[in-house]
Design a binder for this molecule. Structure first.
Ligand code: SER
Length: 298
């Protein structure tokens, strides 16, 4: 799939669900003194997440230009870029978790849109802390949508997360994780909430994940999983305002006026997996540039 087609399909799908297209705002924020560059799709939308009325309505879709330095040490691997576009889907006090998860799944798996094999999708949800509850609604919604595709998705509610040797936690299609992975917020007081990420299994031969674990140690399983899956999608259920503690768990959170959805999807990364490429540099976003560099550097 060409980059242009992915962009068009994404916008078309969400327009069909009542979202208005919003052009990217500037990479250098005009009115936000807290950052030098726009680092996340949500940054230009913070006032609207906090309750201000958006001129284009309550449902928006966009591709926001971002420059992220927080994970700069990882740039140069097969998935992290400094500059990228973040595909965003926004509900500003309108629909919430169930529609957000259902539409994510439909867009990713529907043959009319991306047509990904649902058996290659794995999801994470927030497991809860003493400040915010376990996201059972997200677990149940994912179970339902996978179930509609004939996939029995276990949620791993039962096992003991405090036991680091419990390898069972890697065996679930829906895993429940701590704030480090599944609580999204800014480094300072702002809109935040539990999130649910979607991972894509790179090798279609490994869809029966458990079979790959037989005879392996927990450490080997972890390495295997890390190399096998790539995060492609993040739905943040932004319903609080607050900060994070030193473990990235919520702290001093208060409910916001309205419940919002902030969806962030790495455009270059999704394009990479859709084309079974090894890195974004092999997609049509980069290859024409690299060809020119190659030509003039010979
Ligand atoms: N705010 C979330 C992120 O930047 C989802 O858009 O990952």
């Amino acid at each position: 799939m060409q980059s242009k087609e992915l962009r068009e399909k994404f916008i078309k799908f969400y327009e069909s669900k009542g979202h208005a297209f919003l052009p990217s705002s500037s990479l250098v924020p005009k009115e936000d003194p807290t950052v030098l560059f726009t680092t996340a799709g949500m940054q230009p939308l913070i006032p609207y997440l906090l309750g201000q009325k958006h001129p284009k309505g309550k449902r928006l879709v966009n591709l926001q230009k971002c420059l992220r330095t927080g994970d700069i040490e990882e740039v140069g691997d097969n998935r992290h870029l400094t500059f990228f576009e973040m595909m965003g889907v926004w509900s500003l006090g309108d629909y919430f978790k169930i529609d957000s998860i259902r539409w994510t799944y439909d867009f990713l798996t529907s043959p009319d849109y991306l047509g990904l094999d649902p058996r290659r999708l794995f999801v994470t949800v927030y497991r809860g802390s003493d400040k915010a509850e376990r996201d059972i609604e997200a677990v149940n919604t994912w179970k339902e949508v996978f179930g509609e595709s004939g996939i029995e998705a276990d949620s791993g509610v039962e096992f003991d997360w405090s036991n680091p040797d419990d390898s069972a936690k890697y065996l679930y299609r829906i895993t429940q994780r701590s704030g480090k992975d599944n609580w999204w917020g800014l480094p300072y007081k702002g809109p935040c909430g539990p999130c649910s990420e979607v991972y894509y299994l790179l090798d279609s031969n490994n869809v029966d994940l458990e079979k790959n674990f037989e005879g392996k140690s927990l450490q080997e399983i972890e390495v295997f999983i890390e190399n096998q899956v790539v995060e492609i999608w993040n739905n943040v259920f932004m319903q609080f305002e607050g900060v994070k503690d030193e473990n990235d768990e919520p702290l001093e959170i208060i409910p916001m006026i309205s419940k919002n959805i902030d969806t962030g999807v790495g455009y270059e990364r999704l394009l990479t997996v859709l084309n079974n490429k090894k890195s974004p540099y092999e997609t049509d976003l980069f290859t024409p540039i690299l060809e020119v560099v190659d030509k003039y550097s010979r």
